[in-house]
Write a protein that binds this ligand. Structure first.
Ligand SMILES: *Cc1c(COP(=O)(O)O)cnc(C)c1O
Length: 379
């Protein structure tokens, strides 16, 4: 089955009891047993729920994976992966990454004895040199947030295999439409489903996709034991969102290109970070591993003054100033004070994340209207 067909059909089936074409919302915590231990595969909704099960199968199919596991948030999915490690073991992670990932690794797992070394993962030698005999997990995100660097997944997979490590790719920014890391050697793909997969800014959820049955068993054990699972209503909304994932991503990418080119030509704009530009430092890798370049764009203004950026993002009318990304509506944000405020300034600067940087999540509106909005806001 090809991707667009999968968004409609994969993992879901008409309801056996009623023939309902759309997956019903099984709003139940428990299931009737005919005798102790005799049931239809469902015992308790923390462990299994039919609405969630269809969503998990759908996400697995979209990622070309055998297994899918859904969580109450993207952070809960990251938490589950980090819990595969024992005290004394280490993570090597890319340094340009989601602020919450930095926070959970440094503030939650480091005190538990699981240390993370942050490297520029576009630099393969630097990545190799951070690996030691305690390293178990290579964690990457591509495109990176917010600088839109592209990490070579195949190259990371080769490093992981050389060293017997698991490779987990946070695929939130690309969505499975643009890139399927399992096909490039990832062991686990992680999503904040909150973003493009659900796509309508009305659900918070996370997911993992993977192939290895033993690893799936361990992660399903963590999912059930720790209990950060999504409810059936959110699972239903996400199944509904997935049905237009391909259409949304096509438009996000088309609009992304138009806006990126507009910004690049603007006299008041300094740098534009978007992997579709031929002069983007990782453009060749992006072309190889992504189907298109998406709608996430970051840029700075000439003069690099924080107050100019704050004024700009406070005066847009269609671009809503808000955290998050990947919804049908355009959003703008200021990473240094919003999504990445939990990363110390010193670390932010090391990663090249300047105080005037603005991040756009370009929605699926008419590009002309979005440009007119930016035009009046840039002034
Ligand atoms: C939002 C986000 C997360 C965290 O997901 P939540 O659903 O907000 O918990 C992780 N990684 C990336 C890249 C994100 O954008």
């Amino acid at each position: 089955m090809k991707f667009n067909t999968k968004t409609i059909h994969a993992g879901v089936h008409a309801d056996e009891a009623t023939g309902a074409v759309m997956t019903p919302i099984y709003q139940t915590s428990t299931y009737k047993q005919t005798a102790p231990g005799e049931h239809k595969g469902f015992e308790y909704s923390r462990t299994q729920n039919p609405t969630r099960a269809q969503l998990e199968a759908s996400i697995a199919a979209l990622e070309n994976a055998k297994f899918g596991l859904c969580f109450a948030s993207g952070m809960a999915a990251i938490d589950a992966v980090a819990k595969l490690l024992k005290p004394g073991e280490e993570i090597v992670a890319t340094n340009d990454l989601y602020g919450g990932t930095y926070r959970i690794f440094t503030k939650i797992f480091e005190p538990l004895g699981i240390r993370t070394r942050f490297v520029d993962m576009a630099d393969l030698d630097e990545t190799r040199s951070a690996i030691n005999r305690n390293t178990r997990l290579l964690w990457t995100e591509t495109p990176t947030n917010p600088l839109m660097k592209i990490i070579d997944i195949e190259a990371c997979s080769a490093i992981a295999k050389e060293n017997g490590l698991l490779l987990c790719v946070d695929n939130t920014f690309a969505s499975p439409y643009l890139q399927q890391p399992m096909s490039q050697g990832a062991d686990i793909v992680m999503h904040s489903v909150t973003k493009y997969i659900n796509g309508h800014s009305d659900v918070v959820m996370g997911a993992l996709a993977l192939n290895d049955p033993e690893l799936n068993e361990r992660l399903a054990f963590i999912q059930n034991s720790c209990g950060a699972v999504p409810g059936p209503q959110d699972s239903f909304l996400t199944l509904r969102g997935i049905k237009t994932l391909h259409l949304r991503m096509q438009r996000h990418s088309e609009n992304g290109r138009v806006i990126a080119e507009y910004l690049k030509a603007h006299p008041k704009v300094d740098k534009v970070y978007w992997p579709g530009f031929e002069d983007h430092p990782n453009h060749e890798v992006a072309k190889r591993q992504m189907k298109d370049f998406g709608g996430m764009i970051s840029f700075t203004l000439k003069g690099d003054r924080m107050e100019d950026s704050v004024k700009l993002i406070s005066s847009t009318k269609l671009f809503t100033l808000a955290e998050s990304l990947g919804g049908v509506e355009s959003l703008c944000g200021h990473p240094a004070s919003m999504t990445h405020a939990s990363i110390p300034k010193e670390e932010r600067m090391k990663a090249g994340l300047s105080d005037s940087l603005i991040r756009l999540s370009v929605g699926i509106e008419d590009a002309e209207d979005l440009i007119a909005d930016l035009e009046q806001a840039i002034g």
